[in-house]
Write a protein that binds this ligand. Structure first.
Ligand SMILES: Nc1ncnc2c1ncn2[C@@H]1O[C@H](COP(=O)(O)OP(=O)(O)OP(=O)(O)O)[C@@H](O)[C@H]1O
Length: 631
């Protein structure tokens, strides 16, 4: 049966630089909802204060006009005039003070929104069942933009909306004032804003495209930057003297992104200079007209500062509105990437009719499994048919690149077979929810993790429910032969296993952590897998590669004890470790080349026998050379 597969092709087809108008509306609704959900009272306060800060300058300008006209009409000293002056002073006071609480509330809102957005984004990333998306550069580019947009866009959208509210209040108030003085001037100033708006919208689209264009350069720059400061890479970088080489590479990436950004900045500078000239021309003409009109007595003295304030406010306000609209437009374009990631859906098809994974009774069956990592990649598994029987220990051996670890990844359902099926007691793995399946599997991978956490946490991550149960963690550590090491650390199991972080910073008992040797880390990874002592399938991919001979023997004894009655899959190049396996499977170029027990395979002329003899000969002393017979 052909099963649906979700390939990474959907990301290839996407043209993320040019989302449709509908996507922008969805982004606007999504960003607003995110902002509203993060903190409704702070959001309401920000919008209210923004509206107030827009209305107050208009009131101040009108009060100024009225005061001046009263003075020119020779009515100084009246209670009316003093009231106006007091009103003007009060409005000016609030105008001066208001920006500070507004700035604080903005910052607070930004923090709350960023936290909600980050949480939502990483929840979506955690929900990806498989690994393919983490290997897709296009998806990773988008994820990078999503991280930027998620943290900034909703907040900028709120800031833009607040500015927009203030701008609309200022512009409409002053435009009304301008109309009372000169309707022609009001129309000319309004029309002057149209080319600005169009040009800014065009620029905003180009800015979003530039952001996407530079994303791969930024990611690679980040990669080189990380290498240059990483403890893990520091040894090789120093020994091979490759620091300057990596720094040059980092600079090249920065040069590329700078070039793209510079070209964008030039475009922006040119168009904004032209637009600035247009605005200045309109303002200059207006000033000449108002001075002439006041000189000829067609306008009052109070009208002159009112006109100047209105012209500046309308022009500035319209320019600000245009900037807010285009900034919001740009942010929404970026936010479409955030939404694309958050709403991307499953990377592997979810089961149509989910089946609860039963405890393994019969075994796991691979039925003509073909697999390649992508449509344009070579086949890695080519028709593997194999049964891992319940309670048996199966050993998978074969040359580098034969496909052993790939097969393990398919068993854990990090990928689905391209063709064929894997069945758990007859149930297709694709019908079992991935979290259910993985609850039944314990594993150490070839590229196991070192977590910069305490010893207990490093083991407890294997089964989070055991974190408060020190006894279970210690049992797993004993089985993996790491208990004494952890116990003797300065703070026992609570010692931080890291040289890049410190522990106790929150309660002033700062202490630097320790780190372990390669083999000790490997034992820790094994303890993590052993912690799942109720799992049905234990997968051990090169579990003893970093261990000394005594440790290896000790660990193999422990594994034998631990896997008793449990189904085990062991991958190793150390063939001495697989002698007692119930079944040895030799994988060659993605195919099952040989199967059998150790003794049977050794007795026949098999590839396994040749590998075993070659490896064993490395441990034997060469035969002493016989003395040459002399005539
Ligand atoms: N994530 C991946 N994307 C693309 N190709 C991959 C990926 N992982 C492995 N491969 C390719 O699949 C092939 C099999 O790799 P795999 O890791 O399964 O081999 P292996 O038998 O475990 O080898 P080893 O003994 O060296 O660990 C290799 O040719 C490798 O290049």
């Amino acid at each position: 049966m052909t099963r649906p597969t979700l390939r990474r092709r959907s990301w290839r087809r996407a043209r993320p630089g040019r989302p449709a108008a509908g996507a922008l509306w969805r982004a606007a609704i999504g960003a607003t909802a995110l902002a509203a959900r993060s903190s409704p009272p702070v959001l309401a306060a920000v919008l209210l204060l923004a509206l107030l800060s827009g209305a107050l300058p208009i009131a101040a300008a009108w009060l100024t006009k009225l005061v001046l006209d009263r003075i020119v009409d020779h009515q100084p000293g009246t209670a009316d005039l003093i009231g106006l002056a007091l009103g003007l002073a009060g409005a000016s006071l609030i105008v001066a003070v208001l920006p500070h609480p507004l700035r604080y509330l903005h910052a607070e809102l930004g923090r709350r929104i960023a936290r909600t957005a980050q949480d939502q984004l990483y929840r979506a990333v955690n929900d990806f069942t498989g690994l393919a998306r983490f290997e897709d550069p296009r998806f990773l580019d988008r994820l990078q933009l999503a991280q930027q947009a998620g943290a900034g866009t909703p907040e900028q959208l709120v800031a833009g909306t607040a500015n927009l509210l203030r701008g609309v209040a200022v512009v409409s108030g002053f435009l009304g004032s301008l109309v009372t003085i000169s309707p022609t001037m009001a129309v000319a100033v309004s029309l002057g804003a149209v080319p600005v708006l169009l040009a800014e919208l065009w620029l905003s689209r180009r800015r979003a495209e530039t952001a996407l264009q530079v994303s791969p350069y930024d990611r690679r720059e980040f990669f080189y930057r990380n290498l240059l400061t990483s403890l893990q890479a520091a040894k090789e970088i120093r020994l091979f003297g490759i620091g300057d080489f990596l720094r040059d590479r980092m600079r090249t990436e920065r040069t590329r992104s700078d070039r793209a950004r510079r070209s964008m900045d030039r475009r922006e500078a040119l168009s904004q200079t032209l637009l600035g000239l247009l605005g200045a021309g309109i303002a200059g003409a207006g000033l000449i007209w108002v001075v002439q009109a006041a000189g000829a007595g067609r306008l009052t003295i109070g009208d002159v500062p009112m006109f100047v304030a209105a012209l500046a406010a309308v022009q500035g306000g319209l320019a600000g509105l245009v900037t807010d609209v285009t900034t919001t437009h740009h942010n929404l374009l970026l936010f479409t990437h955030y939404q694309a990631v958050v709403n991307t859906g499953p990377d592997l098809p979810a089961p149509g009719r989910p089946v609860v994974a039963p405890p393994l009774r019969t075994g796991i069956e691979l039925d003509d499994v073909w697999f390649r990592y992508d449509d344009d990649q070579p086949w890695v598994l080519r028709g593997v048919t194999l049964t891992v029987r319940h309670g048996e220990a199966l050993a998978l051996v074969g040359a580098n690149g034969a496909g052993k670890s790939t097969l393990v990844k398919l068993l854990c359902r990090f990928y689905d077979p391209t063709r064929g099926a894997i069945r758990w007691d007859g149930v297709d793995l694709r019908d079992i929810p991935a979290t259910e399946l993985r609850r039944r599997i314990g594993a150490t991978f070839q590229d196991y993790m070192h977590y910069d956490l305490t010893g207990a946490e490093n083991i407890g991550l294997g089964d989070l429910s055991t974190l408060p149960e020190r006894a279970r963690i210690e049992n797993a550590a004993r089985l993996a032969g790491i208990h004494d090491t952890l116990r003797n650390l300065p703070h026992g199991y609570d010692t931080l296993l890291s040289r890049t972080f410190m522990s106790g910073e929150e309660n002033d008992t700062v202490r630097v952590g320790m780190t372990l040797s390669g083999g000790q880390w490997q034992r820790l990874a094994l303890a993590r897998a052993f912690l799942r002592n109720r799992c049905d399938l234990l997968i051990l991919d090169e579990p003893s590669a970093g261990l000394d001979p005594d440790a290896e023997a000790e660990i193999h004894d422990a594994m034998r004890e631990h896997r008793a009655g449990r189904t085990t899959l062991l991958i190793t190049h150390r063939l001495g470790a697989v002698r007692d396996a119930d079944l040895i499977v030799v994988l060659r170029d993605g195919r099952v080349a040989e199967t059998g027990r150790h003794a049977d395979l050794l007795a026949a002329d098999t590839h396994y026998a040749r590998m075993f003899v070659r490896q064993a000969s490395g441990y034997r002393e060469p035969e002493p050379a016989l003395p040459q017979a002399t005539e």
